[in-house]
Structures are given as C-alpha cells and as structure tokens.
Design a protein around this ligand. Structure first.
Ligand code: PRP
Length: 183
C-alpha cells in the first residue's frame, strides 16, 4: 500500500518509495566498491529490515550471501533497559567472513551496538553496520555506523518495514505517524 491508503494516519511522507530505492541503490554501490574482491555476507535484523534487505540485495551487481537474526530488543521493559535477547541466531558461521549488518533504523542505538559487539566476538574478518535511517537525537549508545541512508528527526516513523503495533510495515513510503494514531 502507499501513503494514499493510510492518508489520515500520516503527518507527512518523509521519503517516497522512489527516493528510498534510489538511496538504497547508492548505498549498495558504496558497499560494493568497499568490498570489491571480497566475499560478503549481509545480515538482516528481523523483522523491520526485510524490505531494505530485499531491495539492497537486488541492487547489488555481484553475488552476496544473506542471513538473518531476530532479537527482542528490550524484553518486556522499556527501550532504555538495553537488554537484548537472541530469538533467532545466524545459520552461518561468520568466522573469517566480511559481514555487514543491515537494519532499517537506529533509534537509541542499543540493539545495533549490542549486535555489533556480539558478532564481532565471533572472529569475523570484519563487521560493519548499514542502516537506512538513524535518529541522532535519540541515540543513547554510541554506534559506529558505516553506511547511513538518512539522519531523521526524533519522530515516530512508519512504513517500509517500520511498524506501529505490527501495522504499516507494508507501506511503500516512509512517513511520520500522526499522534492521533498512537495517543
Ligand atoms: C527496530 C530496528 C532496530 C531497533 C533499533 O526493531 O529494526 O533493530 O528497533 O532501535 P534501537 O536503536 O533503539 O535499539 P524493533 O525492535 O522495532 O523490531 P522489528 O524490527 O521487529 O520491528
């Protein structure tokens, strides 16, 4: 569905499907250049990263291996608890591999900071992070992110994998959710 299908639920459209695909193409090209001549494994973090992974993998003009992890970011607590639990681990042994973690958003930074050190402890050749969106004002934990689509304001965004109570993930665009939806 696109923004017109959820019209009143959005304050604005931040990025259209076209803009998203263009930016992902640029990121894929950058990654491709950086990993020229090296095998590459991209790791998507379920569930939000499904769309970015699908579009990024197809934007590459080379082979790329894909694997997935699922984590429960904060248990039943709040975002600031920093507790991350692995719900689904990688199927791949990453020792000696070049890994790029792909996610759709970095908010507080807790999830990616934890994941990055978790994967780094498995003796990979390298681990880098790629995120489509990042909220600099929400960061609580420093995360070394090599590839960023866009920095955005600290607002509630949905679409393109980003949900509110499991809705809006299949929205083609990314938009700011209207307060009346969640208040
Ligand atoms: C989102 C996103 C990141 C995390 C970022 O996942 O995919 O993994 O939040 O937030 P942080 O920087 O504050 O840790 P979410 O927990 O919403 O799960 P989902 O991907 O299944 O929607």
């Amino acid at each position: 569905m696109d923004a017109a299908h959820v019209d009143n639920d959005l304050v604005n459209v931040l990025f259209t499907e076209e803009q998203i695909l263009e930016r992902i193409g640029e990121l894929a090209q950058e990654i491709e250049t950086d990993y020229d001549g090296k095998e590459l494994l991209i790791v998507g973090i379920l569930r939000g990263a499904v769309m970015v992974m699908a579009d990024m993998a197809r934007a590459f003009t080379r082979h790329v291996e894909m694997d997935w992890m699922a984590v429960s970011s904060y248990g039943s607590g709040t975002k600031s608890s920093g507790v991350v639990r692995i719900l689904k681990d990688l199927d791949t042994d990453i020792s000696g591999r070049h890994v790029v973690i792909v996610d759709e958003i970095i908010d507080t930074g807790l999830t990616l900071s934890w994941l990055s050190s978790n994967l780094s402890s498995r003796n990979p050749a390298s681990v880098q992070i790629c995120t489509l969106l990042r909220k600099p004002e929400a960061l609580q934990m420093p995360v070394d992110v090599k590839y960023v689509g866009w920095d955005i304001p600290n607002e509630f965004v949905v679409g393109y994998g980003l949900d509110y109570r499991e809705r809006y993930r299949n929205l083609r665009d990314i938009g700011t959710l209207a307060p009346h939806v969640y208040s």
